[in-house]
Write a protein that binds this ligand. Structure first.
Ligand code: CTP
Length: 413
């Protein structure tokens, strides 16, 4: 299998960029930068330092980014709408442009005495800086040392460019042009394996009502499916997540559709299937439901109670029967004969890949770790016991590769 065939074109599609602006005349170019970032598909939120506000107005950036601009840690209204820690977590990329000499020094020191520096410390997103300053300030040993330190910490330094400066000097220190900053960001991010693809994920259990207070459910927590949705977003996909009844936060960037029963899940999945490239069926769909749902609470009768159960639709099998269906990934949770049952399910349901896991032994349902056996027509791989987030990333990488190989195969056929 080709290792690089899944690499597709990089983009900033749906990438959440926090743009930090600091004090410098190049701040006027940041207006154009917001436009360019949005043209590339990014969602942009702007944070200005107090000095940036002396060069440009927040109103301009609010209009261009389509989001409120923040400049103070102590703004109660803004904190109530989206707290600074929430904003730090929201960001998938932090870009500081222009980055003044003072900001670079404060980043090197790890200060947190204003909103922007606090956000940088509180965010786990990659940080890029586009320095802009007088050429003498850029050449100063203090700035050189600060920049070296930031680079050592993995901060990407975009530019500066060389040329004539607003102060009349000529030399290094001009902020890169907005297009070049966007290019720099794209290059630094590299292509992601699911860029431009639409992924549908089902997760969690289904509940089949018996009466208004009782239901038949199962022990699925939804954690594996939610981790897969998050990993697919990280890999560049548009993600729709059809979730059974679970108490988990929606992964940032996912479009969530909540359902309860298997039939509701089936309807939601079928409605999304036509414009999905990949369907990952991580839900533990109830195979049976009571034939009738009692409108009133069932009462004890003193005798045994027999519930008549009828079979639910098999969602995966239904999708597999569609003429142009998405790439299909199923799960198989088994207590015994894992590989045998999983291979049989792969073939019976006409899947492109099945992720099988042994349930019990502190793996699988209701726990944070799992181990997966991956089977596809003509291949197998094992992903050893690990946190569900780690497994989800490895699984998504494998799906991207197999999907690209299948797509290339179809294109050649
Ligand atoms: N699945 C589905 N619709 C169902 C049941 C299961 O789409 N009604 C999907 C699950 O999301 C999973 C895969 O099929 O990806 C296998 O689920 P599992 O319950 O293990 O398989 P079944 O086909 O129901 O087989 P069995 O219960 O007999 O083991």
């Amino acid at each position: 299998m080709s290792e690089i065939s899944y690499m597709s074109k990089a983009s900033l599609q749906r990438v959440r960029v926090l743009l930090g602006m600091t004090g410098g005349i190049a701040a006027y170019k940041a207006a154009e930068l917001v436009r360019r970032l949005r043209d590339a598909g990014a969602e942009v939120r702007v944070v200005m330092t107090e000095s940036a506000g002396r060069f440009v107005t927040a109103l301009t950036f609010q209009a261009l980014s389509g989001n409120p601009v923040r400049s103070s840690l102590w703004d109660e209204g803004a904190e109530a709408a989206m707290g600074h820690i929430e904003l730090a977590r929201w960001a998938e990329e932090v870009l500081i442009a222009p980055a003044s000499a003072d900001t670079i020094a404060r980043l090197a020191q790890g200060r947190a005495d204003d909103l922007l520096s606090t956000l940088v410390l509180a965010s786990s997103a990659p940080l890029s800086v586009a320095p802009a300053m007088n050429q003498q300030m850029w050449a100063h040993p203090a700035t050189r040392a600060n920049i070296d330190l930031l680079r050592q910490r993995g901060v990407r330094v975009l530019g500066p460019a060389s040329g004539s400066q607003a102060c009349g000097d000529v030399g290094d220190g001009r902020m890169l042009e907005p297009d070049d900053i966007v290019q720099g960001l794209l290059q630094a991010r590299g292509p992601r394996p699911l860029d431009g693809l639409s992924v549908l994920v089902s997760a969690g259990p289904t509940y089949e009502d018996i009466d208004p207070v009782r239901f038949i459910g199962n022990r699925s927590s939804g954690r594996m499916g939610f981790a897969i949705a998050a990993a697919a977003i990280q890999a560049g996909a548009r993600v729709r997540l059809v979730a059974g009844p679970v108490s988990l936060p929606t992964p940032a960037g996912a479009e969530r559709i909540d359902v309860r029963s298997a039939r509701q899940m089936r309807d939601a999945v079928v409605a999304c299937a036509a414009d999905s490239d990949i369907f990952i069926s991580a839900a533990a769909v109830g195979d049976y439901r009571p034939q009738t749902v009692s409108p009133a609470k069932l009462k004890k009768s003193g005798n045994a109670l027999a519930l008549e159960l009828v079979q639910n639709p098999d969602i995966l099998a239904e999708l597999a029967a569609m003429p142009a269906h998405p790439f299909l990934v199923g799960f198989a949770a088994e207590t015994n004969d894992l590989e045998h049952y999983a291979r049989e399910k792969l073939e019976r349901k006409g899947l492109d890949l099945i992720a099988a896991n042994q349930v019990g032994e502190e793996l699988g349902f209701e726990c944070s770790e799992n181990a997966l056996l991956l089977l596809w027509p003509g291949g197998r791989d094992e992903l050893g016991k690990a946190d569900k987030g780690v497994l989800a990333t490895a699984l998504v990488e494998r799906i991207a590769r197999l999907h690209a190989a299948a797509r290339d195969g179809q294109a050649r056929a």
